[in-house]
Design a protein around this ligand. Structure first.
Ligand code: FES
Length: 84
């Protein structure tokens, strides 16, 4: 099983999984909060429409985790300002 690096920690994934699928499979249902009310967000639509699943991937923010396929060694950062 391969691993991505999420917030500095290794996270295993199955080939073909998206970053969001890997996070959910690891038990993480929320990985950022909304900007104003700080409400938890993770996967909602799962098809790239709602933007709830935003993460920073390889230093680029605003990436929809449900659309990006996990690649071994990929660095992912979660947090409340990933939509900037
Ligand atoms: S879960 Fe809706 S865009 Fe990713």
């Amino acid at each position: 099983m391969s691993e991505i690096v999420v917030d500095g920690e290794p996270l295993p994934f199955v080939e073909g999984q998206t970053v969001a699928a890997a996070l959910v499979a690891a038990g993480r249902v929320a990985w950022r909060t909304t900007r104003v009310q700080h409400r938890p967000r993770g996967v909602f639509c799962g098809i790239g429409v709602c933007f709830d699943c935003l993460v920073r991937i390889e230093g680029t923010g605003g990436q929809r985790a449900c659309l990006v396929q996990a690649v071994a060694g990929m660095t992912v950062t979660t947090g409340e300002h990933d939509d900037e």
